[in-house]
Design a protein around this ligand. Structure first.
Ligand code: GLU
Length: 551
């Protein structure tokens, strides 16, 4: 009995061969040096930072070279799949500006190299597997769990290397007659690669991130088709990346140890091995130790965290690119008018062992980023954020739109804009005192001048004698000096320092009284601007509150 008869028995429905598919999916017509990458998640329902990081790199590399970045869904493990898994992935990535040139979309697929969902490619894989069976490169294996367990025990007891290979791979030697008989009898089976590898020889992977990696050749007769007729990840990867003409496989480094299997599989299906870039996981510093960023322990590992706390996606992406290529930060510093698209990504600059993910650094980038936006933009984003997360504040900023924009605009359009907000969720805590509805001071942060009578006197005098809403900042400040002088405080700090005995203090002490009296805070942005926004009536109201509250 021939191999072909076995292959026909199993795959009677498969009429096409590997050649057919190789001809069908022609070379991509791309310019010289164009890189084709894919993001190939399993739809397990959770996009974490590592996934966003990897997909960002895949996209960047492809687009740096006028190449193609596509989305393939790897759903051959049906047990791990969650409902809506695919749309969750697409939406989450889209929120961060990661979209695909080709592949699975929310309402189907686009591109000429599909289907892009592995479970829809069963016939393609089986055409390749059928051919391997016919050529004797693969074989039917009936080995059950118990038998594999026995082999494992034997290997452990004799200190042999674990796995289904060489002398342990008994089903290699089954006759076609026996195989035919057992299949006819309805026995379950898998299909395994008949490995030609030699464990004592080396295979070299020139990994774009890890450098030259030498590993023993694969000699395991790995399963290529499971009992359910679907391929394993190993086999699907080789077939898909061949037919989809992926030039660079960029994936987590947990796959590096399987690369020898993949190299053999590419060879056995007569395909070119793509270039590999195995990315190290994002790490976190935990009590002085470096460990993997964990979905279980670290809230910031979930991409949803950033939306929840209102850290803009632009900051997240900028930070992730900085983690990937640390020179990106410098590039951004020196090229203020440029963006991510102008930066050239370089695999060589990636960390081999795992780059540190530091939330504080990300927040810093977020602060910088938010400081570069126009007040109107911050306002619009804040509206969107609070609408979802803080209804009370949403209503307030909607009602007081102009005041809010003016507040957000304080010290913004200048050379060194203020960096008060690290996220949209922190805005309320920074500017709450600008809303009468929220203005219920629990603590007045007076510093040098704390005497209540003196404070009230200063405020009364200021309002009666000096305040004029039409004053420019210069005039306003000159008046502050006059007010200081009237109360026995030096007009200039220097003057006070030179003659401390002549004065009770200096003009700074007086402006502090004003600041705390109208905001309750000792640290605020420009007081003149704050008072302009508040206006006379509201300032007077605040002085009344102060008189009642401050004891
Ligand atoms: N489906 C694999 C995973 O979820 C993809 C690995 C690859 O990119 O090839 O890790």
């Amino acid at each position: 009995m021939t191999n072909k008869e076995i292959a026909d028995l199993i795959f009677s429905h498969i009429t096409k061969d590997a050649e057919y598919y190789k001809n069908l999916y022609k070379d991509r017509n791309l310019s010289e040096g164009a890189i084709v990458t894919r993001y190939a998640p399993s739809p397990t329902g959770f996009i974490h930072m590592g996934a966003l990081y990897a997909s960002l790199i895949c996209k960047k590399v492809a687009h740096d070279t006028n190449g193609i970045f596509f989305l393939r869904i790897e759903d051959t493990d049906k047990k791990r799949e969650v409902e809506d898994g695919v749309s969750l992935i697409i939406k989450d990535l889209k929120d961060f500006g990661i979209s695909f040139d080709e592949g699975v979309t929310l309402d189907g697929e686009k591109g000429n190299y599909g289907p892009y969902i592995q479970s829809k490619r069963k016939e393609i894989y089986q055409a390749f597997i059928k051919e391997l069976l016919i050529n004797g490169e693969a074989y039917v294996s009936f080995a059950k769990e118990e038998e594999l367990e026995q082999i494992r025990h034997l290997q452990e007891n004799t200190k042999a290397r674990l796995g289904y290979y060489g002398p342990y791979a008994k089903d290699r030697n089954l006759t076609n007659e026996e195989v035919y008989e057992r299949i006819k009898n309805g026995e379950e089976f898998v299909i395994r690669l008949k490995s030609k590898g030699d464990f004592n020889k080396k295979v070299v992977i020139n990994d774009l991130v890890k450098g030259k990696v030498e590993m023993p050749e694969n000699d395991l007769d790995v399963v290529i088709m499971k009992k359910d007729g679907l391929p394993t990840y190993h086999f699907a990867h080789a077939v898909d990346d061949t037919l989809m003409h992926t030039t660079h496989v960029i994936r987590g480094d947990e796959w590096l140890s399987s690369a020898p299997i993949h190299v053999e599989l590419f060879k056995v299906i007569g395909a070119k091995v793509p270039k590999y870039a195995h990315i190290s996981p994002l790490m976190k510093e935990d009590n002085g130790n470096k460990r993997k960023l964990s979905k279980r322990k670290d809230p910031e590992a979930a991409v949803s965290y950033y939306e929840e706390v209102g850290i803009p996606k632009e900051a997240v992406i900028t930070y992730l690119m900085t983690v990937a290529n640390s020179n990106f930060e410098e590039f951004m510093m020196h090229n203020k008018d440029k963006g991510l698209d102008d930066f050239k990504f370089d695999f060589k600059k990636m960390s081999k062992s795992g780059a540190l993910f530091d939330l504080e650094k990300l927040k810093n980038i977020s602060k910088n980023y938010l400081s570069t936006l126009k007040a109107e933009e911050v306002y619009e984003n804040l509206l969107e954020y609070t609408k979802k997360h803080d209804e009370e504040f949403y209503n307030l900023i909607t009602l007081h739109k102009e005041d809010t924009i003016n507040t957000l605009n304080i010290e913004r359009n200048c050379k060194k804009p203020r960096k008060d907000f690290e996220s949209y969720s922190t805005v309320r805590n920074s500017i709450w005192y600008m809303y009468d509805e929220l203005y219920k001071p629990e603590n007045y942060e007076f510093t040098t001048i704390t005497d209540k009578e003196e404070i009230i006197n200063i405020m009364n005098t200021y309002m009666e004698k000096y305040f004029d809403a039409n004053d420019t900042q210069e005039v306003w400040f000159d008046k502050m000096k006059d007010l200081a002088s009237e109360f026995g405080y030096a007009k200039e700090v220097k003057e006070y320092k030179n003659n401390p005995d002549l004065y009770k203090g200096h003009v700074g002490d007086i402006s502090m009284v004003l600041r705390v009296s109208v905001t309750s805070k000792s640290m605020t942005p420009n007081l003149y601007d704050i008072m302009q926004i508040l206006g006379k009536e509201r300032i007077l109201k605040r002085i009344e509150i102060l008189k009642k509250e401050y004891n």
